[in-house]
Design a protein around this ligand. Structure first.
Ligand SMILES: [Zn+2]
Length: 371
């Protein structure tokens, strides 16, 4: 019924359903139930539950997977999210939003559905959302990674019939080294810069990646790290949630110039090349990202060093997770969807299709560069 792997499922699903209805009518049978979750112009909508997941247009009730800006937009009258992500969501969407925080695995009845949140291992509080109607179970991952990360809850494998997965790094070239090994490389680079009397300025997304670096580095030092103004408040929220990280000091853009030679500085990628960088003469720059796995990306983006550290699943992690859920149907949201869909169909014999959404995946486009 679905033959094209590049077409988006919001088109495909409608076409497929019309086809099925037509077939059902021609046989005199009843039309099948609609999908439990559908991509609409507002977001991933669950009509049976009366809610939308990670919407991008105004809705009444929104279930939010995590606080990155491509998933958490201030467009809902009410929000439900994991308890651990509530402080981050209030910071990003407004302190006065109407939000209900739920415990991991706690079951809520919403319309005809039962809903629960399960750790996605992506950033602090990030959740997969499990939706059940009768015997049918769907899981939407948001962004996720099964790899160990001392700055957030460990990923939980949730069995389901239909699995909606991200596909940010869904190419075989994306294989992640162990996070501790990468932290050691960062620490060694920092020490090398110290010996050369230069600042080491490391660019990392301000929500999640920066805190992961600060947490991983506790294995090697207890020194203070100097952080950009976009990183500090989020780091403080992590600290209040009990995440152990290196001490940090906010760089005051209006304060007197300081000497950062030999210091490690953490900043969002948007600060690279900005006026803000003028305070770090002779700095060596590094970037922490899964994109650094591909040769040439570091040079093209003008970084001295690239560190392969991602908060998304690598290729093998995606395949292991998908097969681990036992799902017979897989829908992909953002990233290298076409490659993943083709592999799942051709190699694993799964019913797979692409679901068109507005999620970005690498969060780069949503980073603040202002101090
Ligand atoms: Zn994210």
């Amino acid at each position: 019924m679905i033959t094209c792997c590049t077409e988006s499922v919001d088109t495909l699903a409608v076409t497929a359903r019309k086809h099925t209805y037509a077939m059902a009518r021609s046989r005199g049978a009843q039309a099948p139930d609609a999908d439990l979750i559908e991509a609409t112009t507002r977001g991933l909508e669950c009509a049976a539950g009366g809610f939308t997941i990670d919407p991008w247009k105004p809705v009444e009730l929104s279930l939010i997977t995590h606080a990155h800006a491509d998933h958490a937009r201030a467009v809902a009258a009410r929000y439900i999210a994991s308890k651990a992500s509530v402080p981050l969501l209030r910071h990003r969407l407004g302190q006065d939003i109407d939000i209900q925080g739920v415990n991991w695995g706690e079951r809520l009845t919403l319309g005809e559905t039962t809903v629960s949140f399960h750790p996605a291992g992506h950033v602090l509080g990030s959740a997969q959302i499990r939706i059940q109607r009768g015997e049918e179970v769907w899981v939407f991952t948001g962004d996720y990674k099964p790899d160990p990360d001392p700055s957030c809850e460990a990923f939980e494998l949730v069995p389901c019939d239909t699995f909606i997965t991200e596909a940010t790094f869904a190419l075989p070239v994306y294989r992640w080294p162990d996070g501790r090994t990468v932290a050691r490389e960062i620490f060694d680079w920092w020490q090398q810069m110290r010996r050369s009397g230069r600042p080491a300025v490391l660019f990392a997304y301000s929500l999640g990646k920066a805190q992961r670096v600060l947490a991983e580095l506790t294995a090697f030092t207890d020194e203070t790290v100097h952080v950009h103004g976009a990183v500090e408040p989020l780091t403080e929220l992590y600290r209040q949630s009990g995440i152990k990280m290196l001490p940090t000091q906010r760089i005051d853009p209006s304060g007197p110039r300081e000497d950062y030679a030999g210091k490690l500085v953490l900043a969002p990628p948007g600060a690279n090349g900005s006026k803000w960088m003028k305070r770090f003469p002779k700095a060596s720059t590094g970037f922490c990202s899964g994109w650094m796995r591909v040769r040439g990306n570091r040079r093209r983006q003008g970084y001295d060093r690239g560190f392969v550290l991602s908060d998304h699943s690598d290729w093998q992690g995606l395949l292991d997770t998908i097969t681990g859920t036992g799902a017979t149907r897989v829908l992909t949201t953002h990233g290298q969807s076409a490659t993943l869909v083709r592999y799942l169909r051709d190699e694993l014999g799964l019913n797979a299709a692409e679901l068109r959404t507005r999620y970005a995946g690498d969060d780069a486009s949503t980073e603040e560069a202002d101090p």
